[in-house]
Ligand binder design. Structure first.
Ligand SMILES: CC(C)(COP(=O)(O)OP(=O)(O)OC[C@H]1O[C@@H](n2cnc3c(N)ncnc32)[C@H](O)[C@@H]1OP(=O)(O)O)[C@@H](O)C(=O)NCCC(=O)NCCS
Length: 368
């Protein structure tokens, strides 16, 4: 009998110094720092530096990286044209296309040195944020936004989406969201980036694979579906009946459950706290009350806790972000983790090539 593991559950495919997910304790650390500490006390750009260099930046290093990312937000005209051509597509398809094209026109695309891959990674972090923002503005019929190189990613993005100077509190909250989504061990999209890298393919190709993987409802695609669900439920009083009906019909409730966490996802805890802080700043408290009620009912009836996608959904909603942009936001943050993993995979590579147990017919012949 061949031993099979259909979902690769509990399988370790290598070592990593980037992040650790403890599913029993409910702990996520990046390079030794807890996610709570980084999200509340540092910036997304600091987190990017940490993922790539293993230490937090000093003031000069922070500014250099921030500027490097900011300057790459001015997209090549061909990429803006591609986003325009995709304006009716799913936003994840649009940004996947943008990254593919960015790879096709990046003169360093085939340079596989560590320095070149690092530089391409920082460029891509800026470019992907800009692709999401530009796609949104094209679709909304808004004029292109001048890229202010003094803006960090959170301020740039909030300004692009809201088309006004954003509230400092919103910027701070959004920045924490970017940090919370930056990396997460060997999640499905990171795994696919590593598989592509393991064939000695290039960085852009690996990120394209990862974006395609993130899109699915069981991974990053859950966050927008959470908000659709909350809008369908409509009120706190209907939450229990909704959960009961879903469980009775064996329907998955988006934003709950996790392959690794068997307790409350630590990112969801921080996101809930951030949601509390948004009340009185434009957030309707009903979404938080409804979410909390669903968490209570799911715990009592199924012993399943919420994941990162649950509380991020209503938080983004309270910041006025369109629903179908939630998963692209996940991508514009997680691209930092993907790229750091791509570099790590390249440094210690072995082709990933699992097997399948063949269960089809044998001994057929084309001869009559
Ligand atoms: C993320 C996910 C795919 C992990 O699932 P998994 O490790 O494969 O867990 P399993 O499919 O083995 O599920 C175990 C049990 O929990 C149930 N379950 C898991 N997640 C559930 C959910 N979101 N809603 C309802 N039931 C759920 C399964 O139906 C199963 O119940 P059973 O034993 O009575 O049949 C799953 O929890 C899910 O589909 N969640 C919703 C999508 C989502 O939020 N994705 C984002 C993840 S960060």
């Amino acid at each position: 009998m061949v031993e099979m593991n259909q979902g690769l559950e509990g399988i370790h495919i290598g070592e990593s110094k980037l992040s650790s997910v403890d599913g029993q304790k409910g702990e996520l650390i990046y390079r030794g720092y807890t996610i709570e500490d980084l999200a509340l006390n540092r910036t997304f750009e600091d987190t990017v530096f940490l993922l790539f260099f293993g230490v937090l930046p000093d003031a000069d290093e922070r500014e250099t990286l921030r500027e490097q990312i900011a300057l790459s937000r001015t997209l090549p005209p061909a990429v803006v044209a591609a986003l325009e051509a995709c304006k009716d597509a799913h936003p994840m398809d649009a940004i996947r296309t943008a990254v593919s094209l960015l790879g096709g026109i990046d003169s360093a695309s085939e340079d596989d040195s560590v320095e070149a891959n690092r530089a391409k990674s920082f460029r891509l972090i800026g470019q992907l944020g800009a692709a999401v923002a530009t796609f949104h503005r094209i679709r909304e019929g808004l004029p292109p936004l001048d890229n202010n190189p003094n803006d960090d990613m959170a301020r740039y993005f909030m300004r692009s989406i809201r088309d006004e100077e954003p509230d400092d509190h919103f910027v701070r909250v959004f920045d924490a969201c970017l940090t919370l989504h930056a990396d997460h061990g060997c999640n499905a999209s990171t795994f696919s980036a590593r598989v592509t890298t393991s064939t000695m393919s290039d960085l852009h190709s690996a990120v394209v694979s990862a974006i395609g993987t993130l899109k699915g409802a069981l991974h990053g695609g859950a966050n927008s579906r959470v908000m659709e669900m909350l809008l369908t439920i409509g009120s706190e009083d209907e939450a229990e009946a909704f959960v009961d009906d879903a469980l009775a019909h064996k329907r998955r409730i988006m934003g709950f459950g996790h392959r690794v966490y068997k307790v409350f996802d630590p990112r969801a805890k921080v996101l809930r706290e951030l949601s509390v802080g948004m009340i009185g700043r434009g957030a309707d408290e009903k979404w938080l009350r409804m979410s909390d009620r669903m968490v209570e009912v799911m715990k009592a009836k199924k012993d399943i806790d919420p994941n990162v996608d649950f509380y991020s959904a209503s938080l983004y909603y309270s910041m006025g972000i369109p629903l179908d942009i939630y998963t692209p936001i996940f991508a514009m943050s997680r691209v930092s983790g993907w790229c750091a993993h791509i570099l790590e995979q390249k440094a210690s590579n072995r082709l990933m090539r699992p097997r399948l147990v063949y269960t089809g017919p044998r001994d057929l012949t084309t001869k009559a």
